[in-house]
Design a protein around this ligand. Sequence first.
Ligand code: FES
Length: 162
Amino acid sequence: MSNCNCGSKEVSEKEVALQELLDHYRDYEGALIPVLQGAQELYGYLPADVLEKISSALKIPFSKVFGVCTFYAQFHLEPRGRNIIRMCLGTACHVRGGAKIFKALGDQLGVGDGGTTEDLRYTLEKVACIGACGLAPCLMVNDDTHGRLTVADVSKILAQYE
Ligand code: FES
């Protein structure tokens, strides 16, 4: 019989940290957003059971907690990849072939816009402009910008984040 309980240890550490977060903000007005941000930092996204704990600790109806999560783009209700790829399809990138690069990314990763690979390595997203139009077509992986892309660059870029 295995004595390994690494997974449950990690879960309980997150639960303890969540409890501390909830205790810290319990009596604050306007606590919901910072609590959601803190919980998302802990879990990488906002699982339904975490939203239920937040709702009950802050005495805010679940429907309101859920509504805030869906209103703000910063909150994610599904697991996200360790690497977030933001493919620009703003005007400059679009006219310089951004859609082809996006298709190549989607084909290689097996996901569409907003999709996360099964191994949780990548999440792929379309964005409107990342402020690097002079490098079009371009994308960001986490905080790194990659520009003047061709379809042939896609595999090389992905390989840097494996
Ligand atoms: S349109 Fe792509 S960076 Fe501006």
